[in-house]
Ligand binder design. Structure first.
Ligand code: HEC
Ligand code: HEC
Length: 373
């Protein structure tokens, strides 16, 4: 249902007819910084894809809910059908307080509070809208032309010139000749696990106080100011003493056994939608801050580093035990498990998954994938 008043749409038209657009004095570079707040959910620029939210290329002049292939909320679709088109004024209203303008929008974002931030972000977004496309296209074409053709084989983590990495590619020696050997740079980019004993930790350090602003900027939008979780996004703190209750709240402080998992997870996967964007020092500082939110440390000046990392203990560690199943009598003979023809005699089908309702039928609605709410 539409909550965007038509009268507001009309006055927006009237205003833009003779007033300068609000973002006229916005600064594109400053806007790019403000866009950090959006980047977890939105992409913009060449090759931008839908993430949690739709891609924002050509947003100026685009009807609300108008990006192809993105599954909008009913509220956003209705707003577009009623004629809402994104321009400086409607974007200003939406970005100031999304839920106030479009009740039922699934954009879980509190809004930008500073006029200046809005002016700047509009200037930034405008630079990816068609009116400006000619200028920026020319620039990106010449940049593309400069890249060597071997780039296609470059490793995910390769920031060296493509020619260097392209040379070490070896085709597979396997029976089918498919694929090729992984390059050292590729392996290094994937091999980032951190173990409870500290294996894999990079050099670096960060304090609780340093972690706080990073958390406020990059994490609080989903996980809440104190790790309490915004909306249905995961809770990161609290829940101590809830494990034996009917609805345990499993957080870093209440449940997780090892701090290495926090470091590994944040470095590998967060912020959601913009993974691997944090520096190692940022991850140390965020891990320290998450310990603080969970009352594992109390001093804001506490500094977590590669050196003191393994001395840290999470409260629930003792409730985890090593996997010792191989010592159980069942496995004691140490025999190889049966992998083929293990059941004597012919096999009979006794029930089908759909009949016993393991796989409920969908109700005709096509799943769009990738939409999280
Ligand atoms: C937590 C994720 C999240 C964050 C952060 C976020 N957005 Fe969104 N945004 C969404 C989602 C989801 C939608 C789709 C809304 C709907 O369908 O109701 C959306 C929709 C929009 C739309 C409407 C697009 C269209 O095609 O109609 C604009 C414009 C927008 N966001 C801009 C921004 C900007 C600018 C920021 C940063 C200041 C931002 N968003 C931050 C998730 C987010
Ligand atoms: C756009 C929303 C979003 C942002 C921003 C975000 N996260 Fe998350 N976070 C998630 C989602 C979704 C999950 C659960 C993912 C899953 O289960 O696959 C998650 C899971 C986590 C977990 C694991 C929680 C658990 O108990 O399983 C941690 C720790 C975490 N995030 C830390 C962070 C930190 C630190 C930041 C900031 C650098 C951050 N997140 C930014 C959405 C977000």
């Amino acid at each position: 249902m539409l909550k965007f008043p038509k009268s507001a749409a009309l006055s927006v038209l009237a205003l833009t007819a003779f007033a300068n657009p609000a973002f006229a004095d916005g600064d594109i570079d400053a806007g790019e910084k403000v866009f950090k707040k959006c980047r977890a959910c939105h992409a913009v620029g060449e090759g931008a894809k839908h993430k949690v939210g739709p891609e924002l290329n050509d947003i100026f002049g685009r009807a609300a809910g108008g990006a192809e292939g993105y599954k909008y909320s009913k509220a956003m679709i209705a707003a577009g059908e009623e004629g809402l088109v994104w321009d400086a004024d409607s974007l200003t209203e939406y970005l100031t307080n999304p839920k106030a303008m479009i009740k039922g929008t699934k954009m879980a974002f509190g809004g930008l509070k500073k006029d200046e931030d809005i002016d700047n972000i509009l200037a930034y977004l405008k630079s990816f809208s068609t009116e400006q496309a000619a200028a920026s296209e020319a620039a990106s074409e010449s940049a593309e032309g400069a890249e060597p053709a071997e780039n296609a084989t470059a490793a995910p983590a390769a920031d060296k010139p493509a020619t260097e990495t392209a040379l070490v590619v070896e085709t597979s020696q396997g029976a089918f000749g498919l694929g090729r050997k992984a390059m050292p740079d590729e392996i290094a980019a994937w091999d980032i696990d951190i173990r409870p004993d500290g294996t894999g930790l990079p050099d670096g350090k960060g304090t609780v106080a340093e972690g706080e602003p990073i958390y406020a900027e990059a994490c609080a939008v989903c996980h809440g100011d104190f790790g309490e979780g915004a909306g249905r996004w995961p809770v990161l703190a609290g829940g101590q003493d809830s494990l034996l209750k009917e609805r345990p709240v499993k957080t870093i402080g209440s449940y997780w056994p090892y701090l290495s998992t926090v470091f590994d997870y944040v470095r590998r996967a967060m912020p959601f939608g913009n993974a691997r964007s944090l520096s190692d020092d940022d991850v140390y500082a965020l891990t320290a801050y998450l310990m603080y939110l969970n009352d594992v440390v109390e001093d804001e000046e506490f500094e977590l580093s590669k050196e003191n990392f393994t001395q840290m203990r999470l409260p629930n560690e003792a409730n985890f035990i090593a996997d010792d199943r191989l010592n159980e009598p069942h496995y004691a003979k140490g025999e190889e498990p049966c992998m083929s023809d293990c059941k004597p005699g012919p096999v009979q089908i006794t029930a089908r998954a759909q009949v016993i309702d393991v796989t409920p039928e969908s109700e005709g609605e096509e799943s769009s994938g990738g939409s999280i709410d």
